[in-house]
Design a protein. Structure first.
Length: 380
């Protein structure tokens, strides 16, 4: 594929600044990103991209080039709702505004390649990454089924990957949340033998989680993160309560073992106490399934655009991302997420999060080159 530089640095800088500023100043929570999607569609459609909006979800795909899409570029649109100055406020504290601006700018520059673009690229702007199920819903629409490659992008904290470095993939862990209910009858504090104490039942479950045995070579954790039982009258033993559990594992196999272990713990505690315990599993996010060719393509693009000295090894994190639902649905797709060193401080999900804006321009260069190289190799 012939290399053809398009937008100059001044044009790229202006575009990124305009798109990011708008998105940063108009954050929308998960599954409410309709105005965000319309803004981005309004940026891309005039450049000739083929935009297809989702019927029942906020979001859309945008295609550039000819033929069936070969490469996908995914961006998540949602902001977090956090307590700022005593008020619940939507804020892009995870950097999704930057991810969207990067992908939109890449697509605009690909559109400027015109006949030099030998193939087609599809951008996927999806909702609800922070809920952990947006990608699952969008993947079910079939928008990634025909792709051969899928690239994601995400800013990284300074202590994990400082600017101006990049890593060609992020190995996320799996996460799974469980809501539990303990059902029983309240009874008198002077007569504890008359029923199960929901607080003690929950503590037994928590202790059982601590004792779970899984593969020690794989990072994992299982812990109770919410417990509500009892009321204002301290002489009443609560028979009922609610609890929440957060499960984390670096592989999908160990996550399966943790889920089975939680089921077993609750069954044992129910049998020994006589309490009725029900579990509702939700927001299951798979661990990363990284395509070696996609990872190699991003590494090559970093080296080509910025030099070998800017390349760092794969990032391994216990955090999760629903990006990997696309690979779970289509295991044959070559998928990897570009890690962008951007000096994020004090960290992701902090309401006061800041990052180095120039990192977005470098990320555009890398993703654009990854698209060029990947389509070029495919054509040759």
């Amino acid at each position: 594929m012939r290399s053809q530089r398009v937008s100059g640095s001044a044009t790229r800088h202006r575009r990124l600044a305009e798109i990011w500023t708008h998105l940063h100043n108009h954050p929308e929570p998960s599954m409410q990103e309709f105005a965000t999607a319309e803004y981005l569609a309004g940026v891309l459609e005039p450049a000739g991209l083929k935009v297809r909006r989702f019927d029942f979800l906020p979001g859309f795909t945008a295609d550039v080039g000819t033929g069936a899409p070969v490469i996908g570029l995914r961006a998540e649109m949602d902001a977090l709702v956090q307590n700022i100055a005593g008020e619940s406020t939507a804020v892009h504290s995870c950097g999704h505004d930057a991810n969207m601006a990067i992908i939109a700018t890449v697509m605009l520059e690909l559109a400027e390649l015109g006949d030099f673009l030998e193939g087609s690229v599809r951008a996927i702007f999806q909702p609800a990454e922070e809920l952990g199920n947006g990608a699952e819903l969008v993947a079910a629409l079939g928008v990634s089924d025909e792709l051969e490659y899928l690239f994601g992008v995400h800013l990284r904290p300074e202590n994990e990957l400082p600017a101006p470095y990049f890593a060609p993939s992020i190995s996320h862990g799996s996460c799974l949340f469980a809501s539990g209910t303990i059902t029983g009858t309240d009874h008198h504090g002077a007569r504890p033998h008359l029923g199960a104490n929901a607080v003690e039942v929950a503590l037994e479950i928590s202790e059982g989680l601590r004792r779970l045995k899984v593969d020690p070579q794989v990072p994992s954790s299982a812990k109770m993160t919410m417990l509500h039982a009892g009321g204002e009258n301290l002489n009443v033993i609560p028979g009922s309560g609610r609890f929440g559990v957060d499960l984390r594992a670096q592989t999908n196999e160990v996550m399966s073992a943790l889920r089975t272990g939680l089921d077993s713990v609750c069954a044992r505690v129910a049998a020994s106490t006589g309490a009725v315990i029900d579990l509702d599993f939700r927001d299951a996010v798979p661990a990363a399934m990284i395509g070696p060719r996609a990872e190699a393509a991003l590494a090559s693009a970093v080296a080509t655009e910025l030099g070998d000295g800017h390349l760092r090894p794969r990032i391994v994190t216990s955090g999760s991302d629903d990006f990997h639902f696309y690979t779970l649905r289509n295991p044959e797709v070559q998928a990897a997420m570009l890690a962008v060193g951007a000096n994020v401080q004090p960290g992701l999900h902090d309401p006061s999060m800041t990052f180095e804006a120039d990192a977005m321009e470098r990320a555009v260069s890398v993703l654009l080159e990854a698209c060029r190289q990947t389509l070029g190799r495919r054509q040759s």
